[in-house]
Write a protein that binds this ligand. Structure first.
Ligand code: ADP
Ligand code: ZN
Ligand code: MG
Length: 470
């Protein structure tokens, strides 16, 4: 039997507001334990929450970016459950009336519907040590935007493509640093299978909090395999049930964590301490302003700059890469060289060292200088690669690197002619043979001139001048 994979994703984006969702405590990282707290986020009796305008702003920006409906009225609800890192015994979330609904992100094979995006408060953190467990409430009350898709994806590849696009959008519109390792962009994957052609949804298993794209893919693939095996072994009903599983990257497997709650288990009810969120039309308009999005940049690069779809896609996929590229262009460097020196030479070297563009030892200013030197034929493309290698290891300017490596290209006719004359006078026998018809020796002369110039002569010029001379 053939199976179809069904995936729906929930992503928790930690919004980069200065303060928490319902109090004015800072959201800064790495502070002393429990120092970013107040009666509200400690959930002391009688303390009253107040909504953070900036969090609403950022939720609306995301809604705009994914073509969603921004609800002018939304509400908060209490989601009841107990964890030691949530002293209130409930989470304030938006269940019945989320702020954002019905958006989408297009991936290459289909449109993924975004059912909803709602605001909610994060919990604190428990750490378990040999001597006991600790609770740190610095993170409690930090604003999260939970973005939930319909069960629209049909493979782990599609899931990853969706996630990378969402990640890129979130960073472009600057609503979160979206750092996966630090938990600012957390993904839960809901996975089920069904016989191909079947329309109904089968039991979903939820895999929680996986912190890299690679692991999300592996976790989904493992889970699909597990479910198909259970079906084929005739034990699907017994082994696949609605539960939450954790992914163990060391063992590459998912393990049961707990039975999955139904919405009714949470006893949702309207949060009595908060007013409805009502937003005027003007405010929605004002809050909907967002910068150019990745897919818009991708199109513009193709239309205005003539980039290939592939190159435009690579550069526009990350905000940092795109601004790096635009800075290079601003310096007057040629588009063609800017694309290849950024995407092939610089990114190639960064990948080898597992560095991000933001960690590049060669900044956009230096790469511009290098490309300008190549554009103007001050150095050859080949020499450029040596210079770039050198810049990776040494904190010096492009000019100094070219000087140090002795790579300045010689374009001056008279200087090249001088070398040609020397080479010809040193090889009277070869010259004789050439004149008697041994054309192949032309390559020999070019080689000798290049060698005599230590590779610095402009090869095109050498060719031209040598031809004339011979
Ligand atoms: P909860 O918070 O309880 O997990 P949500 O409604 O927030 O509930 O999220 C449910 C997620 O599971 C959505 O992304 C939805 O698309 C997905 N989903 C629902 N049913 C299935 C299914 N049968 N297979 C795969 N994904 C599913
Ligand atoms: Zn607080
Ligand atoms: Mg879920």
């Amino acid at each position: 039997m053939k199976f179809e994979v069904v995936i729906g994703l929930e992503v928790h984006v930690q919004l980069n507001t200065k303060t928490k969702l319902f109090c004015s405590c800072p959201t800064s990282f790495n502070e002393a334990e429990n120092s970013n707290t107040c009666p509200i986020c400690l959930a002391l009796p009688g303390a009253l929450p107040v909504i953070n305008r900036e969090a609403v702003h950022k939720a609306i920006q995301l809604g705009t970016a994914v073509g969603a409906t921004v609800n002018r009225e939304s509400k908060f609800d209490r989601k009841n459950y107990f964890y030691p890192d949530s002293p209130s015994g409930y989470q304030i979330s938006q269940f019945y009336y989320p702020i954002v609904e019905n958006g989408h992100i297009d991936i290459s094979s289909r449109r993924v519907q975004i059912a909803r995006a709602h605001l909610e408060a994060d919990a604190g953190k428990n750490t378990h040590e040999a001597g006991g467990s600790k609770v740190d409430l610095n993170r409690a009350g930090t604003p999260l935007l939970e973005i939930v898709t319909a069960p629209d994806m049909r493979s782990s590849d599609e899931a990853i493509e969706y996630l990378k696009k969402l990640h890129s959008i979130v960073r472009y519109i600057d609503i979160s640093d979206a750092n996966m390792q630090e938990g600012s962009f957390r993904c839960d994957a809901n996975v089920s299978i069904r016989p191909e052609g079947d329309e109904k949804l089968y039991t979903r298993v939820e895999i929680k909090n996986i912190n890299s794209f690679r692991f999300i893919q592996k976790a989904i693939d493992f889970e699909v395999e597990r479910q198909i095996e259970a079906w084929e072994d005739g034990v699907y009903e017994d082994e696949i049930w609605q539960e939450t599983r954790l992914y163990d990257s060391a063992k590459n497997e998912t393990r049961s964590m707990r039975g999955k709650e139904e919405a009714s288990d949470y006893r949702y009810f309207p949060e009595p301490d908060l007013l409805e969120v009502r937003i005027s039309e003007e405010t929605v308009k004002e809050f909907s302003k967002i910068p150019e999005l990745p897919h818009q940049k991708e199109e513009r690069y193709q239309e205005e700059l003539g980039l290939s779809k592939y190159d435009a896609g690579v550069i526009a996929s990350s905000k940092e890469l795109a601004s790096f590229f635009e800075e290079i262009l601003k310096s007057g460097a040629s588009t063609k060289n800017s694309v290849s020196w950024l995407t092939v030479e610089l990114l190639g070297r960064l990948n080898k060292k597992s560095l991000e563009i933001s960690e590049s030892p060669v900044n956009s200013q230096k790469l511009s200088d290098l490309i300008l030197a190549i554009d103007s034929k001050t150095i050859s493309g080949k020499a450029g690669k040596d210079v770039l290698d050198y810049l990776f290891e040494n904190e010096i300017s492009v000019d100094v690197a070219i000087e140090k490596l002795g790579l300045k290209q010689v374009n001056d006719d008279s200087a090249i002619l001088k070398i040609i004359d020397e080479v010809l006078s040193k090889n009277p026998d070869k010259l004789e043979q050439y004149r008697n018809g041994k054309d192949k020796l032309f390559g020999f002369f070019v080689g000798q001139v290049m060698k005599a110039s230590k590779g610095s002569a402009n090869p095109q010029k050498v060719n031209e001048l040598l031809k004339g001379k011979l």
